[in-house]
Ligand binder design. Structure first.
Ligand code: SAH
Ligand code: CA
Length: 222
């Protein structure tokens, strides 16, 4: 293979254990494999793509929840969105936002190949500005865009999440940098650290930091 399918600098699992876990998990679809490959071949910062293991985690969570509406903040090349959409209810919809218009053509072509283009509302622009214009209630919100705004996204979406709905944030372990001394943290690390602290003390949700890949913070609205 000419690309690395692994996010080596973000993985906390022992590589052999991860390999074993993947070998005993559902394979990626051919479309997702192709998208993974094309992202690594053509797009900047391919490690941002969720990948096989996390993709299956998002898919399985979504299938457990059977959401009517999902909001994804940070589409990138569409990998996580396609995985999340696998669990949508029959009349469900995935809203997904990204500021990078250069990826639009690629993303739309993969949504079409995955057969979900009619279920997807893909919006291009700054999520902070676009979220208030979306008139829907969500069962899952997946926060995976600029780390500095994680807490702002949480505040902005909170009233749009159904009771019992989930706000899932990616990269909350930030390659382990959240363990740094607070005074030495860079801006992104500090933002992510503050996000986890905020969720953990918010009485309106119950939460779990799942140490999969780069860490998923799952908050369930009470
Ligand atoms: N969810 C994807 C990866 C997302 S990478 C996956 O798992 O496969 C993060 C994305 O956030 C990038 O594509 C970037 O363009 C987008 N982003 C960064 N700042 C943003 C903003 N202010 N509004 C919307 N999207 C933003
Ligand atoms: Ca991510």
């Amino acid at each position: 293979m000419y690309f690395s399918a692994k996010n080596t600098d973000m993985d906390f699992l022992n590589p052999q254990i991860e390999e074993y876990a993947l070998a005993h998990s559902q394979d990626e679809s051919e479309i997702l494999k192709e998208l993974n490959r094309e992202t690594y071949a053509k797009v900047m910062m391919p490690r941002m793509l969720s990948g096989h293991l996390q993709g299956r985690v998002l898919s399985m969570l979504s299938k457990m929840i059977r959401p009517k509406n999902i909001l994804e903040i940070g589409t990138y090349t569409g990998y996580s969105g396609i995985c999340l959409a696998e669990g949508l209810a029959d009349d469900g919809k995935l809203y997904t936002i990204d500021i990078n218009e250069e990826l639009e053509k690629m993303v739309r072509s993969y949504f079409a190949k995955a057969g979900i283009d009619k279920k997807v509302d893909y919006r291009i622009g700054n999520a902070m500005q676009l979220i208030p214009s979306i008139n829907a209630m969500f069962d899952i919100v997946f926060i995976d865009a600029d780390k500095e705004n994680y807490s702002n996204y949480y505040d902005l979406v909170f009233d749009k999440v159904n009771k019992g709905g989930f706000i899932i944030a990616d990269n909350v372990l930030w390659s382990g940098k959240v363990l740094d001394n607070e005074s030495k943290m860079d801006v992104d690390t500090k933002a992510i650290y503050n996000y986890s602290k905020k969720i953990n003390t918010d009485k309106r949700v119950e939460n779990l930091l799942l140490p999969v890949r780069d860490g998923l913070m799952i908050a369930r609205k009470l």
